[in-house]
Design a protein around this ligand. Structure first.
Ligand SMILES: Nc1ncnc2c1ncn2[C@@H]1O[C@H](COP(=O)(O)OP(=O)(O)OP(=O)(O)O)[C@@H](O)[C@H]1O
Ligand code: SF4
Ligand SMILES: [Mg+2]
Length: 343
């Protein structure tokens, strides 16, 4: 891995315009992904993870718009690119895997049709060569008898197999960056571990930059090198996964770790932090976490916390981070995280 960002978001604001008002979904988001580096994007539901991915690929719904900031991919600001060039980047350069594999596959076409056309287009090869590439990549993600199964339809595969097919299709295009948005949430727990294992292997084998969006801190610990913690449309803490796990500095990060169920019997429980995630129409002033933060003081409800930078690329947006000592041992977290040994 060379120390060069392949993707850099700088102060990105994305809004949705609705009848009830403006949803400030991304409120000055900055982070980067290095070439060949697996990076995690973590946070509770509604904190802007998917909007970040969609802003990057410029696939926001009609009522959404990135109103300011830069999204630099390989030195080019994607927000300035003409549509035609952006279309070439999508898929070929930056691939995306979504949560629900069924929505990304067309039920009425064979897998071969859904793979070869896009491969032939992006890799500029014949249909015959594209078919060979498709079979090889299906084989790589563990679809047995890929040569015959490629003529099947999506419904003839299980959810886990369909997600493998989508991974194969994404990787057959030889992208430099993979954005995986909760790629296993819709799958059974045992299948989740297998699919995550494949994503991890492929990322390493192909030296892909990766933005892995997930709720699951166990997955983050196993797969990512750095992590960006989101809250209420902002990045509240960033750094090396290891550093953050050993010594979280932001009260929200700490609360996330604390919310991992500790008992074996509780492992299916979803993580919860007391209070509700903020609505992003008229969000809380100052620090968006203040209504739920046990360390909040008067300044927190009034002033947006500045970002403190220290250590090896660590960033923390909290007024009181220097006074707080929020220690959590990595082992303790891994112990409590749901997918410990399975990934
Ligand atoms: N089309 C839309 N119109 C209005 N608001 C939207 C739209 N899409 C997303 N939002 C809002 O943007 C915010 C961020 O949503 P986003 O989908 O990025 O959350 P997320 O972090 O991906 O959550 P999850 O973990 O549930 O997938 C939420 O408040 C959401 O309600
Ligand atoms: S700025 Fe204040 S409210 Fe926000 S996380 Fe820090 S202590 Fe809590
Ligand atoms: Mg999402």
């Amino acid at each position: 891995m060379t120390e060069k960002p392949i993707l850099e978001l700088k102060d990105v604001y994305t809004y949705f315009y609705t009848e009830s008002g403006i949803v400030e979904a991304l409120d000055g988001v900055s982070f980067d992904v290095m070439k060949g580096e697996p990076v995690g994007v973590v946070g509770e539901s509604g904190c802007g993870k998917t909007v970040t991915a969609h802003s990057t690929l410029r696939i926001l719904p009609k009522n959404g718009k990135t109103v300011s900031g830069d999204i630099i991919y390989k030195g080019v600001n994607l927000l300035d690119l003409p549509d035609l060039q952006m279309r070439k980047i999508r898929g070929k350069e930056i691939a995306m895997i979504f949560q629900d594999p069924m929505t990304s596959l067309n039920p009425i076409f064979k897998i071969s049709d859904q793979m070869t056309e896009v491969i032939a287009l992006h890799r500029r090869c014949s249909k015959k060569e594209a078919l060979e590439i498709a079979i090889e990549s299906l084989d790589q993600v563990g679809i047995s008898e890929a040569e015959t199964r490629i003529t099947d339809y999506p419904h003839q595969f299980s959810g886990g197999m369909r997600q493998r097919i989508l991974i194969a299709r994404a990787l057959a295009l030889q992208p430099s960056l993979l954005i995986a948005d909760e790629p296993t949430t819709a799958l059974d727990v045992t299948i989740q571990a297998q699919v995550l294992g494949i994503i991890k292997d492929m990322q390493q084998k192909l030296g892909l930059g990766m933005m892995l969006i997930t709720h699951n801190l166990g997955v983050v610990a196993e797969i990512t090198k750095r992590v960006h913690i989101f809250y209420g449309g902002r990045v509240v803490e960033s750094g090396y996964t290891e550093d953050i796990f050993v010594n979280p500095k932001h009260p929200y990060t700490y609360a996330l770790f604390e919310s991992i169920p500790s008992l074996e019997a509780d492992k299916t429980r979803l993580m919860t932090i007391p209070g509700n995630v903020p609505r992003l129409i008229n969000p809380p002033k100052g620090c968006r976490f203040h209504p739920r933060c046990k360390y909040a003081t008067e300044i927190c409800s009034r002033m947006r916390p500045p970002e403190h930078k220290f250590g090896r690329g660590r960033r923390v947006a909290c007024h009181h981070f220097e006074e707080l000592d929020l220690h959590v041992g990595k082992e303790a977290i891994l112990d409590r995280a749901a997918v410990k040994e399975e990934v």
